[in-house]
Design a protein. Structure first.
Length: 246
């Protein structure tokens, strides 16, 4: 099966600092790929290279046979790849509905059309009953949900989530896991950066592991938890032993 997104030998440098070095992997239709690794591994930098916030030093990003390396973030989003951010950026004075409508305006200038898209997305993300609450009054979990919903309103084919479960309790994490699976079932592909392995392992089809900017492993979750280099660099023996009990 042909991938819809191909990351080919992406290298990103900031002066003498190499943040990503020859990173390659693919994403297929209806697939959840997770990007894991310790802090400073280059995960968010790679997100920025894919979505047009950075132009890579070398390498290529190909979306559905189209070379989009160095495209602007706006054009990448319009093409069908959208993302969330580690730091939630809810528009405080706008309602939940209005926040989501800002994403919908990417494809329409008509308020009524953007409202219709927002209604569909709120239904999908379980935000309908909170549509009139202002962004500044939301809990952290609802702010994260609104950020995901706003991204979905841009009508993406690939949704990229950057630590969307950080700071949540176990019940909230489970809700986000279920939402990710629901989005996959609706036809989306997801690329997720996350540190909570108990959440990532059950929902991922494929996992890419970065350490010090380099890809050190790639494969299905059951292979990754047994990979000695990944255990040493990131998971640790404690998680490995715990995963074996389940």
């Amino acid at each position: 099966m042909k991938p819809i997104l191909n990351i080919d030998n992406i290298t990103m440098k900031f002066g003498s600092l190499v943040a990503n070095e020859n990173v390659s992997f693919t994403i297929h239709d209806n697939e959840i790929v997770s990007l894991i690794g310790p802090n400073g591994a280059g995960k968010t930098t790679l997100f920025n290279c894919i979505t047009g916030f950075y132009k890579p030093f070398s390498g290529k990003v190909t979306y559905m046979d189209k070379d989009i390396t160095g495209w602007t973030s706006y054009d990448v989003c319009k093409l069908g790849i959208t993302r969330t951010f580690q730091i939630v950026k809810t528009l405080k004075e706008m309602t939940v509905e209005e926040n989501i409508m800002t994403g919908a305006f990417l494809h329409t200038k008509k308020r009524i059309e953007s409202q219709k898209i927002a209604e569909e997305v709120m239904e999908l993300t379980d935000l309908t009953r909170k549509k009139n609450i202002k962004g500044g009054s939301l809990t952290i979990v609802d702010k994260k949900r609104v950020e995901i919903a706003r991204a979905l309103a841009t009508r993406p084919k690939i949704l990229m989530l950057d630590e969307c479960m950080a700071g949540l309790n176990q019940t909230e994490i489970k809700d986000v896991m279920n939402l990710c699976l629901k989005l996959k079932d609706s036809g989306l592909s997801l690329l997720i950066v996350e540190h909570i392995m108990e959440a990532i392992m059950p929902i991922s089809d494929n996992i890419v592991v970065l350490n010090a900017g380099k890809k050190i492993a790639e494969g299905p979750p059951e292979e990754i938890v047994d990979n000695d280099e990944v255990i040493k660099a990131y998971l640790g023996d404690k998680y490995h032993a715990k995963s074996k009990k389940h």
